[in-house]
Design a protein. Structure first.
Length: 182
């Protein structure tokens, strides 16, 4: 069927002109995305350790391997309750962010109490007192939000901050962290 079609010279000229435009475009393709800087990549390191350096590295690796229990008792990656007091500030940052608040500061009252000061977009100040507990849930947050903390809207916002903080403490508690080797 294709052989029976008529050939029109005008369409052929337009097609050839289009081809001449595409040829320079194809020629530029290999350069697309490459930088034109004169910076060259550094070659891979060919540095070799001296015998003393090699011995030192092997001693460090052996020491670390010996610090790992051989199978009797694995390292405690999580505290028994799954909650780490050290996660308070990270959990408070996330809770504040979810509640459209920002953390202004934290005051450590004693080893079992911290007070966080937060602020809302409207400029309302919130206070969250975090207390370490000796039993589950191991930590508790008491939030008060706004200039009128006993109003229903303020109490609702405080409950959201508290729930979010507790959720993030639990989430961070599930993350395994290896204690530093002394």
């Amino acid at each position: 069927m294709v052989w029976g079609m008529k050939f029109d010279l005008r369409n052929a000229k337009n097609g050839l002109a289009g081809m001449f435009c595409l040829i320079p475009a194809f020629a530029m393709l290999p350069g697309c995305g490459s930088s034109h800087s004169n910076v060259t990549m550094a070659s891979p390191s060919t540095h070799e350790l001296s015998a003393a350096q090699e011995d030192s590295m092997m001693a460090i690796l052996k020491e670390v391997a010996m610090a790992t229990p051989p199978g009797d008792e694995p390292l405690q990656l999580l505290p028994p309750g799954g909650i780490r007091w050290s996660d308070n500030s990270m959990a408070m940052d996330k809770a504040a962010e979810e509640s459209n608040l920002a953390v202004l500061g934290m005051e450590e009252v004693d080893e079992d109490h911290e007070v966080y000061t937060l602020i809302s977009l409207e400029g309302w100040v919130a206070s969250v007192k975090v207390t370490r507990l000796q039993e589950a849930p191991w930590v508790w947050a008491d939030a008060r939000v706004g200039p009128y903390p006993d109003e229903p809207d303020s109490m609702s916002q405080a409950a959201k901050v508290q729930a979010s903080f507790m959720k993030w403490m639990s989430n961070y508690g599930r993350m395994k962290r290896i204690p530093p080797i002394n």
